[in-house]
Design a protein around this ligand. Structure first.
Ligand code: FAD
Length: 486
């Protein structure tokens, strides 16, 4: 039985661990932190439960498919609720509510712009076709060759790779609020809508077509489910076990070093941030230079606040976007001229609105996220300054006082992403999915310099997000299984 060591225990590592154990490998996971889950860890404090990373459960089909591959279903591990409404968007002069069906969303669009419902249905139909092609075909390819992208379906849609989502949306909709609403889903891919090909409108189908879901107990239930599945399959998981070095002899890895001791392996797979993983190798075995990493476009980092309120809040939903400032300007301050945003957009999540288990009785669990450029200076003073800014805006937009009801508050920002996850420049969501950073143009799943060394996770294929990380784990496992059987 071949032994494989996996560095990290995020979604991609746990996914790969399950597939590789099922294929008969002896799988050992080494995670530097005290708990598994990577960016999807959980914070529990005074009866409040916070998912400290991902909170949007989109693309339920991908989670279902993952568990089905092991003759299981998500319902064997956690209960899913479809959120109704899916989310709310606050603008300066209005609030848009995104319902749980196309009919409800069309009604809301029509309220804002007469005639827009018809355009929306056509737009989402096209987005659905793209979803079928992207998710069921393209994304399942390992990014080894440009030819993977050339299919009958993509050739027919080649124009959609050279037009941006911004152009496509603006062709059909003129109201700025509807434009922002339709540009929001591609932000999950980590780049500006004006830099994201219109083919990626499949994210709009994920949003309006498939809906927004919540696992009861929070997103960490998925991690618990994957850990439990991995252990059922025989995976051994070691926490508080940072990989300090990846050992190579004659172009082959022989294992890793943990707490100064060698752990032997036939194959090493790293699901830690790609740049960090390469630094664990001697320089001559690294594939990408510091210059290469420096020039890439990263998905944003984030300033996050986990806040416990001692009362129930009004006029909010489970997911809330505060788009009451200039979307374009904030995007420029993330991607073009990286600085702390002058007037940040932000996202606020209150899982206790729909799930009583997330907060003590008559209290509210709040998670606030401001997307920022990676690598910014990060100080406690700056964090507090931005907390005050968003709290003022939150009170104003939702018409209530909340500042005196805060009984718990913790923050997380660039320095924590670096300390906790060895994240390059403190990025939160990995490398952006732009046209020049897609598929075979992303850092590869297999090392070109070390024969039995592989990588997975949000910096390689297919890209950032929980569903892509699950897929990344499958893609790298398929490759390892294929190469081992040669
Ligand atoms: C704040 C935030 C909000 C997000 N929101 C969403 C969302 O709503 N929906 C969505 O789909 N996605 C969301 N994402 C993105 C999603 O969480 C990530 O794409 C995904 O979790 C990445 O998984 P991964 O396996 O690639 O990496 P990670 O989760 O980063 O896992 C890597 C692991 O490697 C470990 N590690 C690092 N160095 C070492 C070492 N030397 N030795 C051992 N272990 C090591 C780290 O501790 C970590 O556990 C969000 C991300 C963040 C940060």
């Amino acid at each position: 039985m071949k032994k494989i060591v996996i560095i990290g225990s995020g979604f991609s590592s746990l996914s790969a661990a399950c597939y590789l154990a099922k294929a008969g490998f002896d799988v050992h996971v080494y995670e530097k932190n005290a708990t598994v889950g990577g960016r999807a860890r959980q914070l529990k404090k005074d009866g409040f439960t916070f998912d400290i990373g991902p909170s949007w459960y989109w693309m339920p089909d991908i989670f279902e498919k993952f568990f089905n591959d092991f003759q299981k279903k998500t319902a064997d591990y956690y209960k899913l609720d479809k959120l109704s409404p899916a989310y709310k968007i606050f603008f300066t002069d209005d609030v848009i509510t995104i319902g749980d069906s196309m009919d409800k969303i069309c009604e809301e669009f029509e309220r804002i712009e007469t005639g827009s419902a018809k355009h929306l249905r056509n737009f989402i139909k096209k987005a659905q076709d793209n979803y079928d092609i992207a998710i069921n075909k393209i994304v399942l390819r390992p990014g080894l060759s440009p030819l993977e992208l050339v299919t009958k379906d993509t050739v027919l849609r080649v124009d959609q790779f050279f037009k941006t989502i911004s152009q496509e949306v603006r062709r059909k909709f003129s109201n700025p609020k509807l434009i922002s609403t339709l540009e929001f889903p591609v932000l999950f891919l980590g780049a500006k809508p004006s830099k994201t090909p219109s083919f990626y409108s499949f994210m709009n189908f994920a949003d309006f077509g498939l809906g927004t879901w919540h696992p009861e107990g929070g997103m960490y239930e998925i991690i618990k489910a994957m850990r439990s599945l991995a252990e059922e399959l025989g995976v051994k998981i070691n926490t508080n076990s940072p990989a300090e070095q990846i050992q190579v002899t004659n172009g082959l890895t022989t294992g890793i070093v943990v707490h100064g001791e060698t752990v032997n392996a036939d194959i090493v797979l790293s699901g830690a941030d790609y740049h960090h993983s390469e630094t664990l190798l001697e320089e001559r075995y690294r594939q990408y230079s510091e210059n290469y990493w420096d020039k890439k476009t990263y998905a944003p980092s984030s300033l996050l606040f986990y806040v416990g309120f001692d009362k129930k809040l009004n006029n909010i939903e489970h997911h809330n976007l505060f788009f009451d400032t200039d979307f374009e300007k904030h995007a420029e301050e993330i991607y073009d001229e990286p600085v702390w945003p002058s007037e940040p957009l932000f996202y606020a999540n209150f899982p206790s609105i729909t799930d009583g288990s997330m907060a003590p009785k008559n209290c509210e669990t709040g998670f606030f996220l401001i997307p920022i450029a990676p690598n910014l200076e990060d100080t406690q003073e700056l964090r507090q300054q931005y907390f005050d800014i968003i709290m003022d805006r939150f009170e104003k937009r939702t018409q209530q006082d909340v500042k005196n009801n805060i009984i718990f508050k913790e923050s997380f920002c660039v320095n924590d992403f670096i300390d906790e996850y060895n994240s390059y420049k403190g990025n939160a969501y990995g490398m952006a999915n732009t046209l020049t950073q897609t598929a075979f143009l992303r850092p590869g799943l297999k090392s070109k310099k070390v024969e039995n060394m592989y990588f997975t996770g949000q910096l390689t294929v297919p890209g950032p997000g929980v569903p892509p990380s699950l897929i990344s784990g499958k893609l790298v496992s398929d490759l390892i299984i294929k190469n081992t059987r040669k």
